[in-house]
Design a protein around this ligand. Structure first.
Ligand SMILES: [Zn+2]
Length: 318
C-alpha cells in the first residue's frame, strides 16, 4: 500500500507528481531535441510536456518509469477515475463504452462480417468485443487492467488475455481487424506496439486506432494533459506513427483527426518528420496565465463535474 503522503501528493494542485522519471528520446523518430509545450495538467498539478522538434510527438518529460506508472495506476488513477470499481466499472463508463462500441462496429461494419477475426488491443470492459461477436466475428481482447478484464469475461463472456500473454500468441497476418481505442497515449513505447499490431494484420486487414486529439479546441489547453497519458498526438503525428509501422489511412473509411482506420502499404516509409509542428503546438497549447485562468472560473465546472460524477457512481449500488 502506498503511504498517505504519496496518495495526498497526487491530489494537491500546483505541486508536482511524486515521480522521478528519466529523460527519453522521441519514441517515434529517435530525436532528442524538444520544446516545452505545457507545464501543468488538467488537475492543475505541475507536469512538463515537450514536443519533438523533428516530428512533433508530445511526451511527458522526464518520462515516468514503468514502475512509477504502475504505482500511479494502482493508486491515484483508480481513486480518481474508478471510485466505484469495487462494484464493477462506473455506470457512466459503461454507458459511454456501450455507445462507443456500436459506433466503432458500425464504422468497421464492412470488415466485421461472420467469421472475421478481430483483436481489441486494450479491450477494457469488453463492450466492443461483445458487439463484434454479436456480428458473428471471432473476437479476442488484450487488457492489462485485471478488474476490467475480469468484468469483460464475466459480464460479456468474451475471451480476454492479460498483457503478458499477448506477446507471441498470435501468428503474423492473423487478424482481419485490429482495434485499439484510447490506449496508445498511455504507452511508453507506442511505436513498438503499433508495429506489433501491424504484424498481426492480414495483408488486407484494417487497424482502427483512436487517441485524444491534443489539438482539439474548445477546452483550456492544460485540460488535455494527464499524468497517465505519457504521449500526445495530433493528426500529423498519429499518421506518422502508423506510417513508421507500414500503415496509411484507409480512404474508404470516415476519419476524424486522431480516430483513424489504417491499412497496410508497401510504399517506402520516407522521413519521419513534421517540420514546424512542434513550434505550432507550443503556440496552440500555450496556457492562459494562471491568474487569468483562476479569475475566469473556467476551472470550477470541470472540477464540480468530476466530483459529482465520482459521488454519483459511488452511490449507485451495482
Ligand atoms: Zn520525434
Amino acid at each position: 500500500m502506498p503511504s498517505p503522503h504519496y496518495f495526498l501528493k497526487h491530489f494537491v494542485p500546483f505541486t508536482g507528481y511524486p515521480y522521478k522519471g528519466a529523460p527519453a528520446a522521441c519514441n517515434l523518430c529517435g530525436a532528442h531535441e524538444a520544446i516545452t509545450v505545457a507545464e501543468t495538467d488538467r488537475r492543475l498539478k505541475t507536469l512538463k510536456s515537450i514536443a519533438c522538434v523533428q516530428c512533433g510527438l508530445i511526451r511527458t518529460d522526464p518520462m515516468p518509469t514503468p514502475d512509477e506508472l504502475a504505482e500511479y495506476y494502482t493508486t491515484s488513477y483508480r481513486a480518481d477515475y474508478q471510485l466505484a470499481f469495487s462494484g464493477g466499472p462506473p455506470r457512466h463508463h459503461l454507458n459511454r463504452s456501450a455507445r462507443e462500441a456500436v459506433f466503432r462496429a458500425d464504422l468497421l461494419s464492412a470488415k466485421l462480417v461472420p467469421g472475421a477475426r478481430l483483436l481489441d488491443f486494450g479491450s477494457g470492459s469488453g463492450e466492443f468485443l461483445a458487439e463484434a461477436r454479436r456480428r458473428g466475428c471471432e473476437a479476442i481482447g488484450v487488457e492489462p487492467g485485471r478488474d476490467y478484464a475480469n468484468y469483460a469475461r464475466e459480464h460479456h463472456g468474451v475471451e480476454v488475455l492479460d498483457e503478458a500473454e499477448d506477446a507471441g500468441r498470435f501468428p503474423a497476418g492473423h487478424f482481419d481487424v485490429i482495434s485499439t481505442h484510447h490506449v496508445l497515449e498511455h504507452l511508453r513505447n507506442p511505436a513498438e506496439a503499433v508495429e506489433r499490431l501491424a504484424g498481426w494484420l492480414k495483408p488486407d486487414g484494417v487497424l482502427y486506432a483512436a487517441v485524444p486529439n491534443m489539438a482539439a479546441t474548445g477546452k483550456p489547453p492544460h485540460e488535455r494533459f494527464h499524468f497517465a497519458h505519457v504521449h500526445g498526438y495530433v493528426r500529423e503525428t498519429f499518421d506518422l506513427l502508423a506510417r513508421r509501422a507500414g500503415l496509411v489511412p484507409h480512404t474508404d473509411y470516415w476519419r476524424e483527426d486522431t480516430t483513424v482506420v489504417y491499412r497496410k502499404t508497401d510504399a517506402p516509409i520516407g522521413r519521419l518528420a513534421n517540420p514546424g509542428l512542434a513550434e505550432r503546438l507550443a503556440v496552440d497549447l500555450k496556457p492562459m496565465p494562471a491568474g487569468v485562468y483562476l479569475a475566469s472560473g473556467a476551472w470550477i465546472w470541470p472540477a464540480i463535474r468530476r466530483n459529482a460524477k465520482a459521488v454519483r457512481d459511488g452511490l449507485a449500488k451495482r
